[in-house]
Write a protein that binds this ligand. Sequence first.
Ligand code: CMP
Length: 141
Amino acid sequence: AIEKTFSIIKPNSTLDNNIGNIIAHFEKNGLRIAGAKFAKLSKEKAEGFYIEHKERPFFGELVNFMTSGPVMLMVLEGENAVMKNRELMGATNPANAAEGTIRKLYAKSVGENSVHGSDSATAAEREIAYFFERSELTNRF
Ligand code: CMP
């Protein structure tokens, strides 16, 4: 089925000028942009987004990193988009990411891992609504 998922190009990748490379990777592999914003996240916005990780030891580091520079917030759509995006990103830790995946190509570490992607359709719905109004999204399928 055609789905939408949520993606963030993280500060290490905007800093390294890899926005275009990462979007090209999505576009070449069957995902299209249905919404996009270039933004610098506030601490409050980043904390709310990652609220499920609040008790993790890396939460502070995660919020610091995600507010350290601009991010590209995107809604991606396509056939089986949630799973497809996860495949294209590769494992969370780039040390474990398969050859040719975005994290293998561009990530520095488990924290500076280039991209975020929703891990389920339920998460995608919450994450899209957290950053986008319905009127900001296209529906081309
Ligand atoms: P993301 O998909 O954005 O969701 C939560 C993030 O926490 C994850 O990607 C990682 O970048 C980050 N993360 C997970 N484990 C660690 C860790 N040990 N140290 C720092 N960041 C981490």
